[in-house]
Design a binder for this molecule. Sequence first.
Ligand code: HEC
Length: 126
Amino acid sequence: MKNNPVVPYILIFALGLGLIFFMSLYGLDQKKEIAATDEEGNTEETEGGSAAAEDFDPEAFVQGQCISCHGGDLTGAFGPSLVGLTDSEETVHDIIKNGQGGMPAFGDKLADEQIDELTEYLFTLK
Ligand code: HEC
């Protein structure tokens, strides 16, 4: 077999097979790592979500729940302007909580403290 010209090809073939095998193992390892990162990422996202629920953001809530009726800049559309409110904070709190006319009640979606934050936020609008 010493001078058989096919030997180098067989060697390269074997080497190639070994390399493919090694790379697929390496790939499986990487896949596990990627899967692990994904799981961590999801956990972080869920944590972030619940943190956001505790850390109530009145501005974000208004952007999501109020502008459809009160207008993109809250100066009024279907509902009246929320900029420069002249009612007392108590009245505004009650309207948000219990609704009034075409204004839906948010008392079942928001805790009283959140409505307070929301009310305070509305009074900062100019
Ligand atoms: C479905 C439409 C609609 C949505 C959504 C809505 N509102 Fe209203 N809102 C109204 C209407 C209509 C009125 C006028 C009610 C009335 O006096 O008859 C009103 C009135 C109000 C008032 C009283 C304003 C005043 O000058 O007396 C406040 C405060 C208010 N809305 C806040 C909010 C907030 C904060 C949100 C989001 C959390 C919101 N509204 C979402 C329709 C809506």
